[in-house]
Design a protein around this ligand. Sequence first.
Ligand SMILES: Cc1ncc(COP(=O)(O)O)c(C=O)c1O
Length: 461
Amino acid sequence: MKKGNHSGKNYKQFWKLSRKEFNTDHLSLTKGGDLVVYEGNYQYNVRELAEKYGTPLKVMFPYIIEQRVEDLMDLFAACIREYKYKGRFHYHYPMKANQNREFVMPIISEGGNLETTSANELWVVKRLWQQHRFNSRIKVICNGPKTDQYLALIAELKRNGLDIVPIIEDLSERDALQKFRGQVGVRVAIDLKVRSYWDKRVERFGLTPNEIYEMGKIHNLTLLHYHTGSEVLYEADMLRPLRRAMEIYYKLKQINPTLDTINIGGGFPVNFNGKEKWATRGLVHSIIRFMAKFCEENNLQHPNIICEWGSYMVASAQLTVFSVLNAKLIPKATAKQWYVIDGSFMTHLLDTWAVHRQWHIVPVNYANNKNLTRTWLAGLSCDSDDKYTRGGSYILLPRLEDLQNGDKQYIAFLDTGNYQDGFDNHHCLNATPEKVVCQNGDVTVVRKRQTADEIGEMFGW
Ligand SMILES: Cc1ncc(COP(=O)(O)O)c(C=O)c1O
């Protein structure tokens, strides 16, 4: 940090807080250098949470999800009005992104629908349906491989009145769903390469356009679905597949006049590496503008539009907080010291390892310390891969020498709300962290840290 950057404002800037483009508009610092999270005029001091509940700690903010769902729906509604688009927009939350009750309920309360990938996710829907937790307008899309258990649950929920749409993803599913009494969708594998973390040379999901055309008329087909990848890096790579999908939609509509919806899947990126990629507003405008033009040129009825943006919706609704256990010198490297944290990248932040995710890391206390050191972070397991080096660069953090009165240094990983929780595992018998929810000014423990007894039992001890 440059000399003279001592005011709170500059530290906030330095750590990229209170900035919408970094998803940190609700984050700030106290005068003493503690990280705080705002919910309107409520505030949560993250250091106090770490001291009270211990670390590793997952801190969830459902109100952030509510806000994001509302903003997205408003944005689509405004564009639909502007371009006089006749189809409707529906948001479907892909539950795989985070199945915690505290993430799913805010989506539903804001009028969001759901997308499931497995029988067990659909089991959650069944429970909500049985408890009369949502109204009959909600729609559920079922993606993912259809096991017998999954198919049976789909049929059961349909019989019980839920508006449920299974997506045919291969020929065996076409056969299994032939007698399904409700609407069905079909997933097409778009043969385009997009630049994303999940870029695939060979698509393993969905059917080729020809396979779909050769099916002829599909009973009750209303929806064409595609999903190209997660964390799509460029706006053009969201729009090119849409054009290709609409060409397929157009042909398919000639054979299946009941078709009335295009589902564009997930993929909207989160600013994990702290750079604004492209803005939601621009993309949504481009989508609706393109759809209106395409339909006009092809004399096509305007389809309804569904999106399943998961990471976009929930990543910023959770922080994961660790404390630094100790520091070790690193000879001859860009970083000066290892900071060993009390959690594991392989256990708690698996995307570090799986997709080389670049984390936005912020000190939870001492954030206005002008003495920073270049660190690499080491996780709490036996694995040499259990580390985070920001791709061989370094992470600037306060010096441990400056800690006072026996304080610990806490650090927060931002945007951990998507996928990391479902990936949590027990490598080295590490425990699942405690989870707290901050809402309406209150902090509630919703899942206690797993004890050694509980983990031991899972492994037969
Ligand atoms: C079919 C489908 N829809 C939606 C998503 C959500 O993707 P993202 O979280 O990148 O928006 C995924 C992710 O794998 C998916 O496979």
